[in-house]
Design a protein. Structure first.
Lengths: 304, 631
């Protein structure tokens, strides 16, 4: 097997990653995220018309009905309409607005969903979401430091932060709504990217012990080459199902699928170029992986 | 190296997969849309004549129904319908036919055959985003509950000091402290003793200034927590009672966090109606039982609420002694003779009113009325000649109990002479439910219409099908025979996932389905790892049997590490997530666990069956993407 010299372009990759992250942070700082109802609070009503809906008509009906600041857009098809009221309207408004539309609409108006989120809930969710993310990163770092070695933990966590930031940046640049399901997807991205990184780290550890004469750069290149097939196949199967989800899953799950597609793609890149890159920069060597005398039995089987 | 499993391992895999198939099976039986008819109060029973009345109305309206069943104890009847979209109309028709004494609820009747349910088989519950319905999150106003308690401390302290002729200035100081200022140390000490005896839960502090002796009584954090717990659980009880009136087949009322309550009502579309009932005020009135010679203008006849005493009535005076807002607590307990009783605490004003009313009426009886706001339905024609449903509210007052007054009552008294501890706890519950301990407000509301729910299910199933199809196609093309083994294991994984979710009674949500789809994509990872290893070992010159053996052996440690970290993330997601996110976390974690079993043991069993125990020249495992460039 020809060893691919992945790490030969490690500086190029580092510059590329740095650019990605800077763009993401820049966009997050200037454009922020377009927070969904879950986080901002407010009222959202989705209705379905028997025939193609007249958005201008709906807007003027709402305007004269006293719903200033209502945002009316079509949702998925031209017969589905999404109406958003900013925070500040009370919890009774959604149902009342539906009444108003029913009384004014010539077509039959079918209720798809009403969501009301109070402002206090939104703030809490944002706080909890951030906390969950930090907790996930922290625990994962601990586990890897325990199972592998501290340098591997740093590499994995840098890769995770990289993936999360880039995915967040993508949402900020595209202006897609960031709701609870997208947050869940982001945590799943952490899980996925980690999975990838660990498989690579596992092989790097194994090869450090096996190829005693090779220098670290070579070991990393060999390990990446050996795991490349697996990395690509798994990313491919995961992307296949995610594309199915994005295409067929409907509007409510769309953001979730997109976040995961972006995350998986960037996670595949980062497990090759970010985690290993950090590992090399930290000066990993086979001395870091000398097996202590009291090593578990499962470890021994990895050493020929 | 023969790669053979002992027989018991094959059997184990087989038994687990078959067991999984068995417990997943109930999900194949689509439930029938149905109507559930229940008596409005527990005393109202459902009988054959009522069911006949309902079915006749359905027949006249041209709605197809079948399989109507009646509970043996007469609590409720179930009428199954042919068409889902006729359910709402059927509900309107049947409610009209059976009248206000019965509640007609939308229901989905299980069609799981008996031989499955007998062994504990049950389908997964569907979340509101799939079944349609309302989700409310209510917040209990803790500050109001604490304010109310502080008010009680303040008034009682003032009254005690007045009665003991201790002069001082008592006032609230901040949200959680009552402060008393006295002219002499003796007064302060006397007050301190009174407060300490009456309210041992308060934290007392002495502060001395030049000419004033001050005492500060503050609520401890523990007693604040207690009040919070008390007001939330009281609200829970009240909400549960009210939700039952809504006639929902499987409502959920659950505490969430410190002071939130989640209410989920599947099948409900009319949120305004639901909110009206949830926010409705139930109340109590304490009144004297009228003397036999009281003129009719001064008395009122009431029925007992309990079904055991249906039809029995009492005449009560028209004057109300106190109402339910004055009740600060009611608890079932036992007296020194071991007889069940209910201890009632009133606030200070209630205590004063009660003692004034009972002082001169010892040996008379006092009735406790339970008041509920109910609605009478009328069908009227509007100006266009269309029929509209009009709901007219009215108060229903029924008698809970009418005990004899044994002595002058104060802020604390008890009701004795109860038949059983159960009666005592029921009575205490009703007395507490009268007033809400703390006001509640809606902080979140999500309504999903039935059509969106049905769409979500359809789209979810479609994406699982297409996702699975694509993965199957890829795996078989890329890994040949080994791909087939992986695909069979993947299908077994899906079956086990569904079975496990059904057994633990997990709720399936749309993000949950997304979790299943993601599991399909990620579960093959374990197989990909194993197969890559096997190919590598073949390239290293190992014999096919050796390659299979060492490929599985060496990949397992990697698979474990990778999956455990993903599991950590899934568990965090479950712990901090709410509602839909939790659903995703559940399927993801269950999927990880089942996939480790099927991908490692299941695939190994299949591969052993294909190749084990014989001479193999070549493995049908396809070629690596990168192998083409091998030197």
């Amino acid at each position: 097997m020809r060893v691919i010299n992945f790490m030969g372009r490690r500086y190029l990759a580092a510059i590329f990653s740095a650019l990605l992250i800077l763009t993401a942070i820049g966009s997050l700082a200037t454009r922020q995220l377009s927070w969904g109802l879950d986080f901002t609070g407010g009222t959202l009503v989705e209705v379905h018309y028997a025939e193609s809906a007249d958005l201008t008509g709906i807007r003027s009906t709402l305007e004269s009905g006293g719903y200033a600041g209502a945002i009316v857009v079509s949702f998925g098809t031209d017969r589905d309409v999404l109406i958003r009221l900013p925070a500040g309207y009370s919890d009774a408004q959604g149902a009342q607005m539906l009444e108003l539309l029913r009384n004014n609409g010539e077509d039959e108006v079918e209720l798809r969903r009403i969501e009301f989120v109070g402002p206090q809930v939104g703030d809490e969710l944002r706080e909890q979401g951030g906390l969950a993310m930090l907790l996930a990163l922290g625990l994962v770092m601990l586990y890897i430091a325990f199972r592998f070695q501290f340098k591997f933990a740093v590499g994995a966590v840098v890769a995770l932060v990289h993936d999360v930031l880039v995915t967040l940046g993508f949402f900020s640049i595209i202006g897609m709504e960031f709701d609870l399901t997208v947050l869940a997807a982001l945590l799943a991205v952490i899980g996925y990217s980690l999975n990838d990184t660990i498989v690579v780290s596992d092989r790097i550890r194994e090869n450090f012990r096996k190829l005693r004469r090779a220098d670290p750069l070579e070991v990393v290149n060999i390990s990446l080459t050996e795991t490349l097939g697996r990395t690509l196949v798994t990313s491919l199967t995961t992307l296949l199902v995610l594309v199915a989800l994005a295409v067929f899953g409907g509007e409510m799950i769309h953001g979730f699928a997109i976040a995961l597609i972006v995350g998986v793609a960037i996670g595949t890149y980062s497990s090759i170029y970010v985690a290993s890159n950090v590992l090399l920069s930290l000066g990993v060597s086979k001395d870091d992986l000398i097996i202590p005398v009291k090593e578990g039995a499962d470890q021994d089987s990895l050493v020929p | 190296m023969l790669n053979r499993y002992p027989l018991w391992k094959y059997l184990l895999v087989l038994v687990i997969v078959l067991g999984g198939a068995f417990y997943a099976a109930p999900n194949l039986y689509a439930p029938d849309p149905a109507l559930q008819v229940t008596g409005e109060s527990s005393a109202t029973l459902v009988d054959d004549r009522l069911v006949e009345k309902a079915t006749q109305a359905l027949g006249e309206a041209g709605i197809e129904y079948f399989g109507e069943t009646l509970d043996p104890d007469g609590r409720n009847a179930l009428i199954r319908l042919r068409e889902q979209d006729q359910q709402l109309r059927a509900q309107a028709v049947v409610s009209r036919a059976v009248g206000d004494a019965y509640i007609v609820a939308l229901n989905l009747a299980e069609t799981t055959p008996d031989w499955l349910t007998d062994l504990g088989g049950q389908p997964m519950k569907l979340g509101l985003d799939l079944s349609g319905g309302v989700h409310f999150k209510l917040e209990v106003d803790i500050d109001a509950a604490i304010d109310r308690r502080m008010e009680y401390y303040l008034n009682t302290t003032k009254r005690m000091l007045r009665e003991d002729r201790i002069r001082g200035f008592i006032a609230l100081d901040g949200a959680r402290t009552v402060q008393g200022r006295f002219r002499s140390e003796a007064d302060r000490e006397a007050a301190r003793k009174l407060i300490a005896d009456e309210f041992p839960e308060l934290l007392l502090d002495r502060v001395d200034t030049e000419d004033e002796w001050v005492i500060r009584a503050s609520m401890t954090d523990a007693s604040v927590d207690e009040i919070v717990d008390y007001s939330v659980s009281q609200n829970l009880t009240t909400l549960r009672n009210r939700v039952n009136e809504l006639g929902v087949s499987e409502p959920l009322v659950q505490r969430q966090g410190k002071n939130r309550i989640v209410v989920e009502l599947p099948g409900i579309q009319d949120t305004a109606e639901a909110k009206r009932i949830l926010g409705k005020v139930a109340n109590l009135e304490f009144r004297l039982v009228a003397n036999a010679d009281a003129p009719p203008s001064e008395r009122q006849r009431f029925e007992y609420r309990s079904p055991d005493r249906a039809g029995v009535t009492e005449n009560l005076e028209r004057d109300v002694i106190i109402t339910g807002e004055r009740v600060s607590n009611a608890q079932a307990s036992f007296d020194q003779n071991g007889q069940p009783n209910v201890q009632i605490s009133l606030d200070s004003e209630g205590g004063t009113l009660m003692s004034r009313a009972t002082r001169n009426n010892i040996k008379r009886r006092m009735g406790v009325l339970f008041i509920e706001r109910k609605f009478r339905t009328r069908y009227e024609k509007d100006e266009n000649g269309e029929e509209v449903v009009v709901k007219i509210p009215y108060d229903e007052k029924k008698l809970l109990t009418a005990p004899v007054i044994q002595s002058a009552l104060g802020a604390q008294f008890q009701i004795t002479g109860l038949d059983s501890p159960m009666e005592a706890s029921e009575l205490a519950l009703m007395l507490r439910a009268g007033a809400l301990a703390a006001p509640i407000s809606f902080v979140e509301e999500r309504t999903v219409g039935p059509s969106l729910g049905a769409d979500n299910i359809r789209l979810g199933i479609k994406s699982v099908q297409y996702g699975l199809g694509l993965v199957v196609l890829f795996m078989v093309l890329y890994y040949r025979v080994f791909g087939v083994a992986a695909v069979i294991a993947l299908s077994a994984n899906l079956v086990l996932l569904v079975a496990f979710m059904s057994i633990i009674g997990a709720t399936l949500t749309l993000p949950g389905i997304a979790g299943i789809v993601l599991t399909v994509g990620m579960a093959v990872d374990a197989n990909v790892l194993i197969f890559s290893r096997i190919r590598e070992e073949l390239n290293n010159g190992l014999s096919p049997q050796m390659a299979i053996h060492s490929g599985f052996e060496r990949a397992v440690a990697t698979i474990l590490d990778a999956n455990i970290t993903t599991l950590i993330v899934a568990v965090i997601l479950y712990a901090v997530g709410t509602g839909p996110v939790k659903g995703f976390a559940v399927t993801l974690s269950v999927g990880i666990v089942t996939s480790m079993f099927t991908a490692i043991m299941g695939t190994r069993a299949l591969v052993n069956l294909f190749y084990g125990g014989r001479r193999v020249q070549k493995l049908a495992i396809g070629r690596d993407i990168t192998a083409g460039e091998s030197a």
